[in-house]
Write a protein that binds this ligand. Structure first.
Ligand code: ZN
Length: 510
């Protein structure tokens, strides 16, 4: 099985190599560098000590402080401020909002009621934020409990507990969690929103309910409360989950040890704490706390203006609000705003079954959709098969099957590699044959077809590697079957240049 972890590793490779390439001539040394670069077991990480914070905007849903078009206009102004400041942030979205007011009646609005102009406007605001790279997650289903008004306000979305609610037996069951998770996901799906993380309301859940959540989400934006509710850093659960859909790898939990800015405090509760502990500087913020700083945008006659049917608001100046001061002060201290996907560089996500028969799996974006696909060349049949990767949905959604994109007869001593986007399409599939032939097949998004062949020295091959160089040249390296020699070829404007082979003093194993 191969996880998304490995796929991301491949992406990391290119900038590192580009940097190193500036320091090496095309030589045998470069070939060896190429070979080793394929096996760098992960780069960067916390050891390098980047100064960063993680910020989540909390309890975003179709009610409460965001129940009117006017409030939605203010929320949009806050999100657009963050967009314009290039601040990376997260949105914890509650799909359905319920309240049972004291004077009777029932407030119940869900984010997929698109025929409701308010909900349609809400969807627009969230879609706009996601397009501007906000990371949207799912924060429970209703973030409240029950259908009856309670003295402790637990009936109200954004305030109430939803799972493992003391005294409410049904909220502790697995089936209750699964049903609500599915209903919430269905609402988000209908609204065209794809959640990237899970966060249980008030971080409350049972151990078995967490297994349900982990079946759907690899990334949890909360502490793993079953093991350590006050964790200072990310926690990992290294267990395969088979409960609800396809098998997946483990899960990551990103806590919020910096908590949030309470009503009676200001940005200093965050700013003054950074850099003083080993806690990850992760916190959440309620964007309605910004609303008092905003002013309506008016036309010449002083009338409030609408944009996309939503009242337009703006900040009157650039440094007065709590959020503005927070952003400014953290940046002044040298901090950047990260996403949890930056912080957990390899999100435990999907698993993709390897081809049977031990064929080497090749990974590249074969269809040009921006996501990695999986390829192999079957030595038995000669089929080159591709499994198109779809990683933006939930982790337990089934992946597409392998389909045949080309047929190239395989003989012992032949091998293959892939390279990325070029003038020949989103992906190239390369084969070398013992007879002394190098072939390049280009992708049209659905199939590979032969683009060009070159004559090379004959020989038995163990494996082939490719590296795209700045300017579009391709460097290929072939490891001989005895693992003692590395041969290199440079493809420049369609012409092949043979590089001096490199002789190992040992059998090279990766
Ligand atoms: Zn909440």
């Amino acid at each position: 099985m191969l996880s998304i972890r490995k796929i991301k590793l491949m992406r990391v490779m290119t900038p590192i190599l580009k940097y190193k390439l500036t320091r090496y001539a095309f030589s045998a040394k470069l070939l060896v560098l190429l070979l080793f670069a394929y096996h760098i077991p992960g780069m960067g990480g916390e050891g390098g000590g980047p100064k960063f914070v993680l910020m989540r905007l909390e309890d975003i849903g179709p009610g409460g402080q965001y129940a009117s078009l006017d409030q939605l206009g203010k929320l949009r102004a806050v999100l657009e401020y963050l967009r314009d400041e290039h601040v990376t942030y997260h949105l914890a979205v509650v799909p359905r909002w319920i309240d049972l007011p004291v004077n009777g009646g029932r407030y119940d609005v869900q984010l997929d009621q698109s025929e409701d102009p308010y909900v349609a406007a809400y969807q627009k605001v969230l879609h706009q934020a996601v397009r501007a790279r906000a990371i949207l997650g799912m924060h429970g289903y209703t973030h409240q409990v029950g259908n009856d008004r309670r003295d402790d306000d637990q009936h109200e979305s954004g305030i109430g507990n939803e799972f493992n609610v003391p005294g409410v037996e049904e909220t502790m069951s697995v089936s209750y969690a699964e049903k609500r998770l599915k209903e919430g996901l269905s609402i988000l799906n209908n609204a065209g929103l794809k959640p990237q993380f899970w966060e249980a309301p008030h971080y409350r859940s049972t151990h078995l309910q967490d297994e349900v959540f982990r079946s759907y989400f690899g990334l949890n934006y909360q502490a793993d409360v079953q093991t350590k509710s006050k964790s200072p850093v990310a926690q990992y659960v290294n267990r395969r989950i088979n409960g609800y859909g396809a098998s997946t790898l483990g899960s990551a939990y990103v806590p919020t040890p910096f908590d949030y800015i309470p009503n009676n405090k200001d940005e200093k509760v965050i700013v003054d704490r950074v850099g003083k502990s080993n806690n990850i500087a992760s916190f959440y913020y309620h964007p309605f706390m910004e609303f008092k700083y905003l002013v309506p945008v008016t036309d010449r006659s002083g009338e409030p203006m609408l944009r996309d049917g939503i009242p337009e608001y703006r900040y009157p100046d650039s440094s007065r609000s709590q959020l503005q001061k927070l952003v400014f002060s953290l940046r002044a201290k040298g901090y950047s705003f990260y996403s949890i996907q930056d912080y957990v560089p390899f999100t435990p996500a999907h698993s993709v079954p390897l081809p049977s028969g031990g064929s080497k799996l090749l990974v590249e974006d074969a269809n040009g959709d921006g996501q990695k696909d999986f390829m192999f060349w079957d030595p038995e049949t000669g089929d080159i098969s591709v499994r198109e990767g779809h990683f933006q949905g939930l982790r337990n959604e089934p992946q597409a099957p392998f389909t045949v994109w080309a047929h190239v007869d395989y003989i012992n001593g032949a091998t293959a590699a892939v390279s990325g986007k070029s003038a020949d399409g989103p992906c190239s599939f390369w084969t070398i044959h013992p007879s002394g032939q190098l072939d390049r097949y280009g992708s049209d998004g659905h199939h590979f077809s032969l683009v060009r062949s070159w004559k090379i020295d004959g020989g038995m091959w163990n494996s082939l590697y490719t590296l795209r160089l700045p300017g579009g040249d391709i460097l290929l390296a072939g490891l001989t079957q005895d693992r003692m020699q590395l041969h290199g070829w440079l493809i420049h404007e369609g012409n092949l240049k043979v590089l001096n082979p490199y002789q190992f003093n040992f059998e090279y194993y990766m």
